[in-house]
Design a protein around this ligand. Structure first.
Ligand SMILES: *Cc1c(COP(=O)(O)O)cnc(C)c1O
Length: 324
């Protein structure tokens, strides 16, 4: 189904995960002892979802990442086992395919081995990178995805669709329905039993027809042209990485599997922030920052249909001029 945002979709995934493991929560409220896991690089919406459904921030375990910012399955397994031994109830793990800071890809299949073993729900957040799976050469990002219980992908992030539209997939709609269906007298009607009533699968009662605009995008471009556009963005990012590597005042801070480039001026955090502020105040480009291994890192994300190498190159030249 379709939600407004990935944040809303992931919150619904967590509610379904709780329903699977602790169905008494619907009646009695969230019981103590439920714990969930996500990497320290996951998006804040995961923790926010846990806050919203009453899991509590301290019951969201942040699993360490490897040198390429991917969740470490060995660390996840150890944390789950420690919690089980302590009498707690692990109920969910959230893997990220394309993290926000660096676009790293968590090893979904290895994480699924652990969640299967412990009867946990596996949710995959692929809000940013998910659209690349339309290209055969990027299908690998979803290796193991058939073992996930739910998945979010955002056409409004990187598939030419205006905000808001986030796709939510689940192979356990029955559990989602069990978590959310509540039909008062005034909503009972003689509907066709084959009809799927979306009010049974989440918080919203009324739904606007978001899928229509996405249908137009798919019809207008077609898969080949959408794929060509994503390939172009990825190629621009790889070319930019090549340019950055030629300037030894800068360094690349993370692998670039998609179209987001993480790099930094080899100076202080303050100098990097000063570059960012000047670039953004130019009102020609908008770049962002993150912290990796304790250092401020600059990020250039390429994902607009109209972006060309001239734009990317101009932005890089401005950054170079500020490093002087
Ligand atoms: C952008 C992003 C989100 C949040 O997306 P919204 O649709 O704005 O809620 C969640 N997860 C990841 C990995 C993201 O990149």
């Amino acid at each position: 189904m379709v939600f407004d945002t990935a944040s809303t979709g992931s919150m619904h995934a967590l509610a379904a995960a709780r329903e699977l493991v602790a169905p008494e929560a619907r009646e009695n409220g969230t019981p103590p002892g439920l714990v969930m896991y996500t990497s320290e690089q996951s998006h804040s919406s995961i923790e926010k979802g846990a806050i919203a459904i009453g899991i509590g921030q301290k019951n969201v375990r942040k699993v360490p990442v490897d040198t390429e910012f991917r969740m470490r399955p060995d660390a996840l397994a150890a944390m789950v086992e420690r919690d089980v031994a302590a009498g707690l109830r692990p109920f969910c793990a959230v893997a990220t395919v394309g993290t926000t800071s660096t676009t790293s890809v968590d090893p979904v299949a290895k994480i699924a081995d652990i969640t299967d073993q412990h009867g946990m729900w596996l949710h995959v957040d692929s809000a940013y990178a998910g659209p690349t799976a339309i290209m055969p050469e990027y299908r690998w990002i979803f290796d193991g995805i058939e073992r996930a219980h739910s998945l979010v992908v955002n056409p409004h992030k990187w598939l030419m669709t205006n905000i808001d539209l986030s796709c939510f997939y689940t192979r356990r709609p029955d559990i989602l329905r069990r978590a959310f269906s509540l039909v008062p007298e005034y909503l009972k009607n003689q509907e066709d039993p084959r009809a799927v009533n979306l009010m049974d699968y989440g918080v919203p009662l009324g739904h606007r027809f978001r899928a229509l605009k996405f249908w137009f995008v798919l019809r207008y471009f077609g898969r080949e042209r959408l794929a060509a556009s994503l390939r172009e963005h990825i190629a621009l990012a790889q070319k930019l990485v090549g340019e950055i590597r030629k300037d030894d005042r800068f360094e690349i801070s993370a692998p670039t599997p998609f179209s987001t480039v993480c790099f930094r001026y080899k100076g202080t955090d303050e100098q990097n922030m000063a570059i960012l502020e000047t670039v953004n105040q130019s009102h020609r480009f908008y770049i962002s920052q993150t912290k990796l291994n304790g250092k401020t890192v600059l990020r250039i994300a390429i994902g607009n249909l109209g972006t060309t190498w001239a734009d990317v190159h101009d932005c890089w030249q401005l950054i170079q001029s500020l490093a002087k």
